[in-house]
Design a protein around this ligand. Structure first.
Ligand code: ACO
Length: 400
């Protein structure tokens, strides 16, 4: 048995907490979650109020700067963002290097990381002005990159950003105006897109945000840190769950198949995707807004999606089943987002890309907050070593 105290010097304090279930990695003023009560606040404002009354760009200002903007501040902020929406012309050839059938999340990870090569000045992370410019660049360029990842996967030409449009309208136009030349923004869908972005904007120290902070703690280029966050988000236990949740609903197919599917979950053959959360042991407040948005989008488009009936029935069955009650498993944001995004015209492999686009503001706000903390240290988790004790090298001909 190894003596932990010997291995870790004289320190009497050693915490072993795999998965960080009870360890805070930082202080933050950005987002508050009460998982038992199902409460989510950004800078003190409840998520349902922001989703209902605010706009995504306004929420970006709130997360980054701590306050909702005055009218004048908003105009300035919007001008700063739209100033940066374009990508360098050479960037287009970078996209051409990917296989046509590459997952758009693979393209996102590569493309956002590659921005580091275009904006060397952003590496000056100790300059507050430069940090602000990096944040604006990222918020501005993500829709352009995400739309290009989408258009590239569809074999379509890229659409240039139009800065007179709102953030979400511009994004939808870049995604859908080719080949639909008669494309006109649908205000209900634009509002839904904006609300989906708000719902995904930040969520305190989840896996991808912690990844961004850890990567940033070494002073790495901010675009490289966000690329690290995107890579982490891709996993099915995190941002990849929205794609998996829709694929699961498709696999279930119809309401009659739900009991057998739920039994498989209880037998631990697979998980119910879009359900459960590390922090929420109650309804995810974002899931409620997402469900409402889902109804609005389907109604607006006149879509009667059988998968919505499967999802609603599955939710009903799960919420009244002792397995889920005992483990406090409730729908999370991903349960209804897939049906909504599919109705809006996005293929499943774009779902996590949209999550990454929206979460970029949360990542960069957390990154910026970390740099503003004078007590910032490089992140360096310890480990509980369980390997061999010290031993001597044995020549190859003497090894048994
Ligand atoms: N379906 C079935 N059972 C589940 C689920 C689920 N979705 N989630 C947790 N459980 C069960 C576990 O099997 C475990 O059961 P046990 O006590 O009998 O062993 C118990 O509930 C506790 O689960 P943990 O894995 O310890 O919970 P943890 O906090 O580590 O995991 C997570 C949280 C990863 C989100 C998990 O609930 C999950 O995998 N959900 C499905 C994927 C998903 O929807 N992810 C999106 C999360 S939200 C987001 O990233 C935007």
């Amino acid at each position: 048995v190894l003596d932990v105290r010997k291995l870790y010097g004289d320190s009497d304090h050693f915490t072993f907490d795999p998965g960080f279930t009870s360890t805070a990695s930082c202080e933050s003023k950005i987002t508050y979650i009460d998982g038992d009560a199902g409460i989510l606040l950004h800078r003190g404002y409840p998520i349902d109020q922001l989703a209902e009354k605010s706009s995504f760009l306004e929420v970006c200002h709130l997360l980054l700067n701590g306050e909702l903007p005055t009218a004048e501040e908003f105009t300035k902020f919007e001008r700063n963002i739209t100033y940066h929406t374009m990508l360098h012309a050479q960037f287009d050839s970078f996209f051409q290097g990917f296989r046509r059938d590459a997952h758009p999340m693979a393209v996102m990870t590569g493309a956002v990381g590659a921005l580091s090569a275009f904006y060397a000045d952003s590496l000056n992370v100790d300059d507050p002005k430069q940090r602000e410019i990096s944040a604006h660049r990222l918020i501005a360029k993500m829709p352009t990159i995400a739309a290009r990842a989408f258009q590239y996967s569809q074999g379509r030409p890229f659409v240039t950003p139009r800065n007179e449009l709102s953030y979400s309208e511009n994004f939808l136009r870049m995604c859908f105006s080719v080949p639909a030349e008669d494309w006109v923004p649908n205000p209900v869908l634009t509002r839904a897109m904006d609300r989906i972005f708000i719902l995904h904007a930040d969520h305190e120290q989840n896996a991808s945000t912690s990844t961004v902070r850890l990567a940033g703690s070494s002073g790495a280029h901010p675009f490289a840190c966000i690329a690290a966050g995107i890579a982490c988000l891709w996993g099915p236990s995190h941002g990849g769950a929205n794609q998996e949740a829709l694929e699961m609903l498709e696999e279930i197919g119809s309401v009659e198949n739900i009991p057998a599917f739920v039994q498989g979950v209880k037998d631990k053959k697979y998980k119910l995707m879009g359900f459960g959360h590390r922090v929420y042991k109650n309804f995810d407040p974002r899931a409620k807004v997402m469900q409402k948005t889902c109804y609005e989008v389907l109604e607006q488009l006149g879509i009667n999606d059988p998968l919505l009936h499967v999802a609603m029935e599955l939710e009903k069955v799960a919420l009244s089943d002792q397995y889920f009650i005992d483990r406090k498993l409730y729908p999370n944001i991903d349960f209804y987002s897939g049906i909504t995004l599919r109705a809006m015209g996005f293929p499943t492999n774009m779902f996590t890309v949209l999550f990454a686009l929206a979460r970029t503001v949360g990542w960069i706000s957390q990154w910026k907050e970390m740099f503003e903390d004078p007590s910032r240290k490089i992140g360096r988790p310890r480990q509980l070593y369980t390997g061999a004790t010290q031993r001597d090298y044995v020549a190859v001909d003497k090894r048994g």
